[in-house]
Design a protein around this ligand. Structure first.
Ligand SMILES: Cc1cc2nc3c(=O)[nH]c(=O)nc-3n(C[C@H](O)[C@H](O)[C@H](O)COP(=O)(O)OP(=O)(O)OC[C@H]3O[C@@H](n4cnc5c(N)ncnc54)[C@H](O)[C@@H]3O)c2cc1C
Length: 947
């Protein structure tokens, strides 16, 4: 649709909502409106001036002869953690390519192969590292200054002047910033900050540094999108395409009349609407080409005037071949020769260039110009001259013999009639309240969205996307309609809209894993607690805890579950109901529990080395296992457990096969012991503990813990969807990145909760929903100490280990219909092979589950801990490959890529869950999967314990 969006439906004369602009914010707003179920495509209309949609997202081919995707506009996903684009990418199957694990402009030390040159000389790694240390130090000093009472002394100063002042006056900086090229290297640090902010240093204000990270600097990796940023627009626009009318430019908005808002277009068309959502860029608003009648309120008009658009110019130059270090990410040139008089040609200084070869495998170098420099170059240089200037600088770096460029591609957003600049930014003239003012609704009718309206992520894609969503809430508020579920809403939990933490609550919930989210949800749903009564504190930047779905890899963006993956038994399982409510689909793998009743699971294949056991032998194996299970249960329920009370399950099985007449008979069969041992391995996979660590307690119930009746399923859309939906009503109460360090439940004012960042919160009651493992670390201090029965149970209970090993192959070489494949031959001690061995008793076929050539092995308990500590990911993947060679022959293809994930479940003494659950001093409640015996370790346990 992008680039050729045709008007499919004619423009009606009136709508409930008209959105102006089909850039990211406009499309996101329309999407949220329709997804809410409260608006139909007939109620909403999006008017876009251009013939294409996407606005400042625009992907196109570099040239006819080199049709690689280049981004005219937004190119980077800035920080993947907590970024709604990470979720959208998963949802739409869009892959990211990581360039740097952190922000390469603000934390360049994190970015590998960021090379430095002083003319032709490449600087030693130590000097580069030293420079990045200076930058870190400088950023910290700027923060200290920005938050000090001296900050106003520097109000009028350009950043470079402040930095000069700091370097001269701060003893620490003065001491370290010296040595070869000190000044030039320090300047480069400034240039990087400029690139990040999109303005020249004289326009950057000290205020920008008050936040720990600069505006928009999300945690997580910084990535590009190889298939093109426009894919996001394509997907988001798909469900709203009927509402979009391209080639329709709005000239005026009259919001004063009796018939609602009247919107006039430049071609004379006129539409009315109850509400209008303005998403055109700040640059366009500043141009004055959109007339408001009556004029906008003074505060808004002043904010529009005062706020500035930054400039960002990209210069992509293609060469016949790569003559620079192929592995470089960025290359910085310290020597600025733009003012040198000995050149016959005009010069431009590009402080840092980006290696497109690293990004996309093509011989292109990208230079970037920002701020005033960009405007100046854009108005006075031709494309050829700019490309030539970049070539000259590369000659300075790599010598005069480098090949001449063959082509170039240059963006000039300052001259774009609709964007009028690249993105908004805070400058010395503006205030950090401006985005908020720009967002304010006028006369209850005119709403505003767009990247300039969200302070926290100003200028970025997140800002544009997130700004579109609250439009929905506002509309509901204005229309007094109730909020309904929508697919988009989960992103509202994003920090951008977090309500600040206040000092006291009725209930504080600690930990936003499933139990914490479910507890909070139950509190709010009860009607007895409002959003201001409750807070949910989460240490990580994401919620969900051990429910965590992510993309397998950049190139294979299929959902994989880092944590919980299975719905264990659909009958009576609250998740079956939740799935129905939220429209989340299950994919059934087995009609019953495949670990405890593998006979019920079709195509559960058994191998002994390379020989596949016959169906008959497999069926016989499952019968033996049923028998063994029944024997273990009988023993577990016997009054004195026949003297087996303290033994491990492994030892009990040894006793049984030697003494129980029925089992003794079984032992006469072919491979009987190996096949019975497989039973133990399956029990281990189910329980997350090895048979040496398990005791008969686990077998008391008719079905083992958590073994609900019904099918065992996976969730193709990702288990995190449940968290998304359950947390939807909690957006005002969730506080991420808040790590609780102490709970004092003895004082007169209720419970005092201390956080690691020094904040304290009081509450009448606290619900502790952190994992047992975290309680065991002792990092959460209770004052007074917890009662000794409770601490005893915490100490005694054990966290199980569960390590998933996912290995991607170029193609499927195993039986495609297989569910699980069990290998009864343990070759882990074999020494005849080129690689360390690990035994994977059970392999799950991801092809059946998700149509991708991936196999999943699972390691449990101490074995998992041991392997995790002593093998690398590659070695583990190789070990799985070796075992596959044992099974399917030497000619199977080598693996491509591997993902190893560890998670922990819990296991403890029979009565411990009840102890763990007990409330302390009527004030401290406990929830979490460890506090529910029946489903211990499973999602249900966490969910029920919370509710
Ligand atoms: C060169 C460049 C590089 C960038 N790099 C990044 C990056 O790497 N990462 C990142 O996160 N962000 C980046 N950004 C920022 C990001 O692109 C924007 O924040 C985002 O795309 C803005 O979306 P928007 O919907 O707010 O505005 P726009 O995309 O500007 O959408 C506004 C729409 O309104 C339309 N319009 C304007 N006036 C009218 C009118 N009168 N009538 C009808 N329609 C109208 C326009 O045609 C346009 O389609 C970059 C931007 C640029 C320019």
């Amino acid at each position: 649709m992008t680039g050729k969006a045709a008007v499919t439906t004619a423009l009606e004369s009136s709508y409930r909502v008209v959105v102006i602009g089909a850039g990211l914010a406009g499309v996101s707003a329309a999407n949220a409106l329709l997804a809410s179920g409260q608006f139909t495509a007939n109620d909403v209309c999006v008017l876009e001036a251009q013939s294409r949609i996407g606005g400042r997202i625009q992907t196109q081919a570099f040239s006819k002869t080199l049709p690689v995707n280049v981004e005219v506009g937004a190119a980077w996903i800035h920080g993947t953690e907590g970024n709604p684009f990470t979720k959208l990418a998963q949802k739409f199957g869009i892959a990211f390519k990581e360039v740097s694990p952190r922000n390469p402009w603000l934390h360049p030390g994190s970015c590998s192969d960021f090379l430095f040159f002083d003319s032709r000389e490449q600087l030693a790694d130590e000097l580069v590292m030293e420079t990045w240390e200076w930058q870190d130090l400088l950023m910290r000093k700027l923060q200290t200054l920005a938050t000090s009472d001296k900050s106003s002394d520097h109000d009028e100063k350009a950043l470079s002047a402040i930095v000069d002042h700091l370097v001269a006056s701060d003893p620490e900086l003065r001491d370290v910033v010296k040595g070869p090229n000190a000044q030039a290297r320090m300047d480069l640090c400034l240039r990087l900050i400029e690139v990040w902010m999109g303005v020249s240093d004289n326009a950057i204000q000290l205020d920008d540094f008050t936040e720990i990270d600069l505006i928009g600097d999300n945690p997580g990796a910084h990535c590009i999108v190889p298939s093109g940023m426009e894919r996001f627009i394509d997907h988001l626009a798909e469900s709203v395409k009927e509402t979009i009318h391209t080639n329709t430019c709005v000239a005026s908005i009259n919001y004063d009349g009796p018939a609602g808002v009247v919107i006039e277009c430049t071609d004379g068309q006129r539409v009315t609407a109850d509400h209008v959502v303005v998403t055109c860029s700040l640059g366009f608003l500043k141009s004055g080409r959109l007339h408001f009648q009556p004029e906008l309120p003074v505060a808004k008009a002043t904010a529009v005037k005062r706020s500035q658009m930054g400039q960002y110019m990209k210069i992509l130059v293609e060469f016949p071949k790569v003559f620079w270090p192929e592995n470089a990410t960025f290359m910085a040139q310290l020597k600025d020769r733009s003012n040198s008089k000995d050149d016959t040609e005009r010069r431009i200084y590009f402080p840092v260039v980006f290696n497109y070869y690293f990004a996309k495998g093509v011989p292109i170098i990208e230079g970037v110009l920002v701020g005033e420099k960009a405007s100046e170059v854009s108005t006075t240089f031709s494309d050829d001259e700019i490309a030539r200037a970049l070539f000259l600088q590369l000659q300075d770096t790599f010598g005069p013999d480098i090949p001449e460029p063959v082509n170039h591609f240059i963006t000039r957003w300052d001259q774009d009639e609709w964007a009028v600049g690249a993105y908004s930014c805070l400058t010395v003239e503006s205030s950090n309240e401006d985005p908020e003012i720009l967002r304010q609704t006028v006369a209850n009718r005119v709403l505003f969205a767009g990247e300039a309206t969200v302070y926290k992520y100003q200028g970025s894609l997140q800002a544009a996307y997130l700004s579109g969503i609250p439009v929905l809430i506002l509309l509901f508020a204005l229309q007094r309609t109730t909020l309904q579920h929508s697919d988009i809403m989960p992103d509202l939990t994003a920090e951008a809209f977090e309500t600040p933490l206040t000092s006291s609550y009725r209930v504080a919930v600690i930990g936003a894993g499933l139990a914490g989210v479910s507890a909070t949800n139950a509190l709010l749903a009860s009607g007895h607690f409002g959003a201001s009564d409750v807070c949910l504190l989460e240490a990580q930047s994401r919620i969900g805890g051990r429910v965590h779905t992510q993309s397998f890899s950049d190139t294979l963006p299929v959902n994989v579950e880092v944590g919980a993956a299975w719905i264990h038994g659909t009958e009576g399982n609250p998740f079956a109901k939740l799935a129905q409510k939220f429209g989340i689909a299950f994919k059934e793998i087995s009609p019953r529990n495949p670990w405890l009743h593998p006979g019920s699971c079709s195509d559960f294949l058994l191998f002994e080395g390379s020989r596949q056991l016959s169906d008959q032998q497999a069926a016989e194996t499952w019968e033996w296992q049923d028998l063994l299970m029944r024997k273990l249960q009988a023993l577990a329920r016997a009054a004195d457990r026949d003297g087996h009370g303290d033994k491990s399950v492994a030892a009990v099985v040894d006793d049984l096969v030697a003494s129980d007449p029925q089992l003794v008979e079984v032992m006469a069969g072919v491979n009987a012991r190996e096949r019975l041992d497989l039973f133990l391995r399956l029990i281990e996979a189910w329980m997350g503990l090895t048979a040496d660590d398990l005791n008969l307690d686990a077998f008391v119930e008719t079905d083992l813990m958590g073994d609900d009746p019904g099918a065992h399923c996976i969730v193709p859309a990702g288990m995190e969807r449940f968290i998304d939906h359950l947390s939807e009503p909690l957006k005002d109460v969730i506080h991420t990145n808040v790590s609780v360090s102490a709970i004092n439940y003895d004082g007169p004012d209720g419970v005092v909760i201390e956080c690691t960042d020094g904040r304290t919160v009081t509450a009448d009651r606290v619900i502790v929903a952190t994992s047992l493992g975290f309680l065991q670390t002792g990092r959460l201090h209770f004052q007074p100490e917890l009662p000794s029965v409770k601490t005893g149970a915490i100490k005694r209970s054990k966290m199980g280990q569960y390590m998933k090993v996912l290995v991607q192959f170029p193609e499927v070489f195993w039986p495609k219909q297989a569910t699980f494949m069990a290998q009864i031959q343990d070759n882990s001690s074999a020494s005849d092979c080129n690689g360390r061995r690990i035994y994977f008793p059970l392999i799950f076929n991801y092809y059946l589950a998700k149509n991708v050539p991936i196999l999943e092995g699972v390691l449990i308990g101490d074995k998992a801990s041991e392997i995790s500590a002593s093998f690398t990911d590659e070695e583990i993947a190789h070990a799985l490959f070796l075992q596959m060679q044992d099974t399917f022959g030497l000619d199977i293809p080598e693996p491509w890529s591997v993902g190893a994930y560890s998670c922990v479940t819990v296991q403890n003494a029979y009565e411990d869950p009840n102890v763990l659950k007990q409330t302390v001093a009527n004030r401290v409640l406990f929830a979490g999967e460890a506090a529910n015996l029946k489903y211990q370790g499973a999602l249900q346990a966490a969910y029920f314990s919370g509710a």
